[in-house]
Design a protein around this ligand. Structure first.
Ligand SMILES: Cc1cc2nc3c(=O)[nH]c(=O)nc-3n(C[C@H](O)[C@H](O)[C@H](O)COP(=O)(O)OP(=O)(O)OC[C@H]3O[C@@H](n4cnc5c(N)ncnc54)[C@H](O)[C@@H]3O)c2cc1C
Length: 618
């Protein structure tokens, strides 16, 4: 490991190596710029949790890389506790999750998994690759008047990402091995209009396995159907930002990675406006209190950048770091006696996320696809052996070469404001009910569950906040999402999002009904709905289920780009932090509005755009 207190002559320092920081650091180095990439975690190369696609749930539990944030969906504690995923600290490092905590249990909130690791959350996420909608880019162009953000100009940055990011879907033959699974998918295809008859449904399934939801064709953004899901895999293994960064170093470009280094502050000189000159850090593994292995204090050090500092710590950490450095809402900073360098009232507000909610079923029989899968890489893990022993034959790598999500309905709901599709409803032979401590084990423990789970895109709630808990950089911030009626309610925004999710649950239920009624001759079709459960029928009951249990994992928009005359804009259209010099933000926080259906693709596109902006002297 490099010694602390080395003060080298880097041109650019980038803090955080995820979807935002990783591609940018690589691109700057590939252009010959001396670049330092600082990452709180290490690279975890050789840890198959990070490469086996089917371990996407398990990997989020790995203590070496996980950061556990506990967030509030609702600030009213009594209401928040209605979620069975609500977690409590019960002492001695133990947690309780559920509706009946023991006396004295201390409320923690809802788990929001994140990762410290080279590649950031891209090295532990669900691998899904869905590109942005044109409207996402055009919106930024319209509000800022910067037409380099127009969708017609952004395709070139997606092309740049594809120079190093390969995308592939699960080999269809792996899915088609499982009749129970294909029957569910056929029912989903039927719901999406591929015909109410079983044969039409199956034809629909086969069609779906050949259609690319990211196809760059006119009308793509509003295209409904049942699609297979593109993944950030190559040869049946996760391959993305982490590998790209390491290849950049291996190929001899001037990129230095400082692992196990937690940045505590951006350092500024005394010019007016103040210029970022470098960062202060603590060297040491697992320092941040979100890590279950935290406890160490680290060795302080600092490093200088001759040109710029770029923050890519993600929607929570970039905000925390800016605030600790004197950039943010003056009133909040003053409360903590932090000298204010730039008063930016919009920093840590405007947080957005998607809402997700499942309808789940339990079968009498296991899914054949999961036979022999124990998800623990031990001797009895036959699926792991299949994956490990067939590195070069994709179809032979089996169930572990998929992320467990077989296909998705792509839906334009009855409540959409534009022609863009606003719902994905995934079919998956897992028991995924959202995030709580141990969720990964829970999702794969049984092999007889199936879920259609809905992801609401283009959500309308902009009321989330990230605020300092203390001036200790190792403390996590206070994170409030302010869901539904406790958030944005203008023009019935909350109600429309809620109604969209209720529509999704009904579509999932419709698919279950079709499976039950129309495909009985395949056998093994005996199953019961588990959640929300047959007793939950009226719209009001379904709404309550959604309000109590929805979750998200695309937190974003906390340091938004905006117009020069917008007092809540934190960044200009060139990613520059307003009111200071030499400092930019490039990660999930830069969006004024949450983009598209999934977020890692838009973030990587933004990262490539930022590199182009910087390299062309803007
Ligand atoms: C469980 C889960 C599943 C997901 N699945 C998908 C999916 O399938 N598809 C999709 O599109 N999106 C998915 N996402 C979301 C997506 O992965 C994230 O939105 C995206 O990675 C965010 O990119 P980022 O660059 O903003 O932050 P991150 O990827 O979180 O990277 C930030 C990095 O900065 C480092 N860092 C932070 N603070 C400091 C500091 N002070 N000093 C040093 N280093 C620091 C962190 O260690 C981390 O490595 C998922 C997210 C989760 C949690």
């Amino acid at each position: 490991a490099p010694a602390p207190n080395v003060d080298s002559d880097y041109e650019y320092i980038i803090v955080g190596s995820g979807a935002g920081g990783g591609p940018l650091a690589s691109r700057l180095a590939r252009a010959g710029k001396k670049t330092l990439l600082i990452e709180a975690g290490d690279d975890q190369i050789g840890n198959d949790n990070t490469t086996v696609p089917a371990f996407q749930a398990i990997v989020t539990q790995d203590p070496k890389m996980r950061w556990d944030f506990f967030v509030n969906h609702y600030q009213d504690l009594e209401r928040a506790k209605q979620d069975p995923k609500f977690a409590y600290d019960i002492g001695n490092g133990q947690q309780y999750v559920g509706l009946t905590p023991p006396p004295g249990a201390k409320p923690l909130g809802i788990l929001y998994p994140r990762s410290q690791m080279l590649g950031g959350c891209v090295t532990h996420n669900a691998l899904i690759w869905i590109t942005a909608h044109d409207s996402d880019w055009n919106y930024i162009s319209t509000i800022t008047g910067d037409d380099t953000w127009a969708a017609s100009n952004m395709g070139q940055y997606l092309d740049k990402v594809y120079e190093w990011q390969s995308i592939s879907s699960t080999d269809p033959t792996i899915l088609l091995r499982d009749f129970q699974l294909t029957q569910h998918l056929a029912a989903g295809a039927a719901v999406m209009g591929a015909g109410p008859k079983p044969l039409d449904g199956l034809v629909g399934v086969l069609g779906t396995l050949l259609t690319d939801p990211n196809g760059r064709v006119p009308g793509r953004d509003s295209k409904e159907g049942l699609f297979q899901i593109p993944l950030i895999t190559s040869g049946g293994a996760r391959k993305s930002v982490r590998e790209h960064i390491l290849e950049t170093v291996d190929e001899g470009y001037p990129l230095t990675i400082r692992r196990n280094t937690f940045v505590t502050k951006v350092d500024f000189d005394s010019s007016s406006p103040p210029k970022a000159t470098g960062v202060s850090y603590l060297q040491g593994a697992n320092l941040y209190k979100a890590s279950p292995l935290s406890g160490g204090q680290g060795t302080p050090g600092s490093v200088k950048a001759s040109k710029e500092v770029i923050l890519s710590g993600g929607s929570y950490n970039t905000v925390q770091l800016l605030k600790l450095s004197g950039v943010g809402p003056a009133a909040e900073l003053q409360k903590f006696n932090i000298p204010v360098l730039s008063d930016l009232p919009g920093l840590g507000k405007n947080m957005q996320d998607r809402y997700e909610i499942p309808i789940t079923a339990a079968h009498e029989t296991d899914f054949p696809l999961l036979k022999g899968c124990t998800f623990d890489m031990k001797d009895h893990d036959e699926c792991y052996k299949e994956w490990k022993n067939n590195p070069n034959i994709l179809s032979a790598r089996g169930a572990y070469a998929t992320n467990g999500l077989a296909a998705t309905m792509s839906v334009h709901s009855d409540f959409a404001d534009t022609s863009d599709i606003d719902l994905y409803i995934f079919g998956s032979p897992t028991n995924f009910t959202g995030y709580f401590p141990g969720w990964g084990d829970d999702a794969v423990r049984t092999h007889n569950n199936f879920a259609w789970y809905a992801l609401k895109a283009h959500t309308r709630n902009t009321a989330g906040t990230v605020e300092l808990r203390s001036t200790n950089p190792l403390d996590t911030p206070i994170i409030n999402f302010n869901y539904f009626d406790t958030g944005t309610t203008t023009d019935g925004a909350d109600k429309k999002d809620l109604s969209t999710l209720v529509q999704a649950l009904k579509m999932g239920r419709d698919a279950f009904d079709r499976y039950r009624n129309e495909y009985p001759f395949f056998g093994g079709s005996k199953f019961t709905e588990q959640y929300p459960g047959p007793e939950v029928q009226t719209d009001e009951q379904l709404e309550t289920y959604v309000k109590n249990r929805a979750w998200g994992h695309h937190a974003s928009c906390t340091a938004p780009i905006g117009a020069d005359d917008d007092p809540n804009a934190v960044l200009d259209s060139k990613f520059k932090v307003r009111g200071v010099q030499g400092l930019r933000v490039v990660d999930a926080s830069v969006f004024p509005k949450i983009p598209g259906v999934f977020i890692q693709s838009p973030i990587m596109v933004v990262s490539e755009k930022a590199a182009d902006t910087i390299l062309s002297g803007h």
